[in-house]
Design a protein around this ligand. Structure first.
Ligand SMILES: [Zn+2]
Length: 440
């Protein structure tokens, strides 16, 4: 009797459970944007009560309906346990393969569970996910004519762009963002050929939209090769025991072995400082602040040039090397350091090997850097005029004596300051391209 009752209770409970009325659930995006290269949509079906029995996915578009997935799932009785969540599936939407035209299509998802409800057919859940197809790439037309650019130097290009979310110039692997110059998508990008770029890197105007459609447009660019000097720097024991030991102390680097400490400062600290500088200059103004040529430190002697390769020697043995991405200019100790052009201060603080350092934003991705300063007279976000005093020269950071380390960056890439010091070059290569188009 008890056994019969127990069987009846179990059977009743099983029947109730097997007849559950809760429909399956789906986790999926609300809407999917698809560009020319296609997109993947991740779907996950689940059913709390009795488990998922079937998952079907099809695509309905202007040209008809096509089945993309038909996936029956194992029964629970056979497996002995309810599988509540089906492994997520990725549905590939390739507009070309599926023959999709620009516009909205729908991903139709249907899920059925193992419930015995609805005369054993189970509970059904369905969803239609809008698929917004846009395979039209942005339009680009380059306005500028023949453009010369030196290795380690900069150039500017003007173009018109339509339907782009991101545009600029791509040089090999490096991207230099463009900035609006007026209405109708007219834009300018200042770009550089990095000192260490591969030989003759392809230079293109690139425009991309939000769904990844891309247009690369070439124009006449002449690249001018150049070579850079190899310069040996002989380190003295005094420099290691004085400057390197104290800088290591400031930076929290172990100085029990001074050669090791120098190597760490020159490689690891330098790399950290460069990453920080790239981050700082990534926020320059989309409009220009600069006007005319940039000022070179007055009454100064050049003691080191742009992009020379330095080998650091101790007792004739090379212990480290680096590329010197600026100019070293020496005057009297504590000489006033002037802003080389009008801009806004991006950084005014101590920065590792650069010591007391000021970075000024001149707009359009152009920034100047002043290093080894003994004192700083400006603050972040302060507007500075061309020639305004930023601070005093010194020998802070990794410097052997009082001098200014001056550098120019374009889109986070160091370029030769000589071009920017040349008012004619700035006028003809950069400012001429900032002017409104000539109407004829
Ligand atoms: Zn320097």
């Amino acid at each position: 009797m008890i056994a019969v009752l127990a069987i009846a209770i179990v059977a009743g409970a099983t029947l109730l459970l097997r007849c559950e009325g809760d429909p399956p659930t789906l986790s999926a995006p609300e809407e999917v944007q698809v560009g020319r290269d296609g997109s993947r949509v991740r779907l996950q079906a689940a059913d709390e009560g009795s488990g998922v029995r079937h998952l079907r996915v099809s695509l309905r578009h202007a040209g008809g309906e096509v089945e993309l997935l038909d996936a029956p799932q194992d029964g629970n009785l056979a497996r002995g346990a309810i599988i509540r969540e089906v492994e997520p599936v990725e549905i590939e939407i390739d507009p070309k393969e599926l023959g999709l035209a620009d516009g909205t299509a729908f991903l139709v998802v249907e899920i059925v569970d193992w419930s015995w409800a609805s005369l054993l057919t189970g509970n059904t859940a369905g969803r239609e996910i809008p698929i917004v197809v846009d395979t039209t790439p942005p339009r680009v037309s380059v306005e500028s004519g023949l453009t010369y650019v030196r290795r380690g130097g900069a150039g500017a290009v003007v173009y018109r762009v339509k339907d782009a979310d991101r545009h600029g110039v791509i040089v090999g692997e490096d991207f230099f963002p463009g900035h609006p110059l007026g209405d109708e998508g007219r834009s300018i990008a200042i770009f550089a050929v990095p000192r260490n770029a591969p030989a003759d890197p392809p230079v293109r105007v690139r425009a991309e939209d939000a769904v990844g459609n891309r247009t690369d447009s070439r124009w006449a660019v002449r690249q001018q090769a150049r070579t850079f000097d190899d310069v040996p720097i002989r380190l003295s024991q005094g420099f290691l025991e004085g400057k390197v030991a104290s800088l290591a102390g400031e930076l929290g680097i172990d100085s029990s072995d001074l050669v090791l400490a120098f190597q760490q400062i020159n490689r690891d600290e330098r790399a950290r400082n460069e990453a920080r500088i790239r981050e700082i200059v990534s926020t320059t103004s989309p409009t220009p602040y600069f006007e005319g040529g940039f000022l070179q430190m007055r009454n100064s002697a050049v003691t080191s040039r742009f992009a020379e390769h330095r080998s650091y020697l101790l007792d004739g043995v090379q212990i480290s090397d680096a590329i010197h991405y600026g100019y070293d200019l020496a005057s009297t100790a504590g000489a006033p350091i002037e802003a080389s052009n009008t801009g806004v201060v991006l950084f005014a603080d101590t920065l590792g090997i650069y010591g007391g350092c000021v970075i000024v934003d001149h707009g359009l991705g152009i920034a100047t850097l002043y290093a080894h300063l003994a004192s700083i007279d400006v603050n972040v976000d302060q507007r500075v005029e061309r020639g305004q005093t930023l601070g005093r020269s010194g020998a802070t950071g990794l410097a052997g004596g009082d001098h200014l380390h001056f550098a120019v960056l374009v889109g986070g890439t160091y370029v030769d300051p000589v071009e920017w010091w040349d008012a004619k070059w700035v006028r003809e290569r950069i400012e001429a391209r900032l002017r409104p188009p000539t109407t004829e």
